[in-house]
Design a protein around this ligand. Structure first.
Ligand SMILES: [Fe+2]
Length: 212
């Protein structure tokens, strides 16, 4: 289950009032990228791709929070609405290695919950993979090549070795989708030729936001 496109856009509007920030435009662009790519893949539903893309970061509606917290909040929020398919993507989009990211026993209840949910999902499905990739293709100011987005995020949060390993996963996802699409993912991202060349100052979150 997932909401209509109109409902998802309305959720973003409400969330923006609670916690304004570039994450809202980023979410809209993730939705557009996911829709345009899914449209080229016969086994995928473009409306579902659009909606789960729009809502992947909806956990940020609660305020400026770290990665596990926004994942957990988004998951719970979507579940209370009955949108289990959107909830799943709220959970999986930040964990390219799924449960394998947790080689340790998490010390917060939220992370324990996330670990258990990821174990139950086992492997990433096509929608998980699509949004993991689109998260890296979409900024608030438009679409960019993966390399650019990775630098963007690194400028914001610093270098983390595990994150760099995640880049390889994303490049693989891109290749796999492109084989089915018969073209580059960049071919279906509007205006990417212009926006990927822009270099706005990275958004610096207020002090209390941490990546982990
Ligand atoms: Fe995102």
């Amino acid at each position: 289950m997932y909401p209509t496109i109109e409902e998802a856009l309305e959720e973003l509007k409400i969330a923006k009032k609670r916690n304004p920030g570039p994450w809202v435009e980023h979410s809209k662009n993730v939705g557009i990228a996911a829709r345009n790519i899914a449209r080229m893949i016969p086994s995928m539903n473009e409306e579902k791709a659009y909606v789960v893309g729009l809502l992947h970061d909806i956990g940020r509606r609660v305020g400026i929070v770290n990665i596990p917290k926004h994942v957990y909040e988004g998951y719970q929020y979507c579940l209370t609405k009955g949108w289990d398919e959107a909830a799943r993507v709220c959970m999986t989009h930040s964990y390219t290695f799924m449960a394998d990211e947790f080689q340790y026993e998490p010390d917060t209840l939220e992370e324990q919950y996330i670990k258990n949910a990821l174990i139950s999902y086992n492997q990433a499905d096509d929608y998980d993979k699509l949004i993991q990739m689109c998260d890296a293709l979409a900024t608030d100011y438009g679409f960019v090549i993966l390399e650019k987005r990775f630098v963007d995020v690194t400028r914001r949060y610093g270098i983390m070795e595990d994150y760099i390993k995640g880049w390889e996963v994303i490049f693989q996802i891109k290749e796999d989708f492109e084989k089915i699409m018969g073209c580059s993912v960049y071919d279906v991202l509007p205006d990417i030729g212009r926006t990927t060349l822009l270099s706005p100052k990275p958004w610096i979150p207020p002090k209390n936001e941490k990546r982990n």
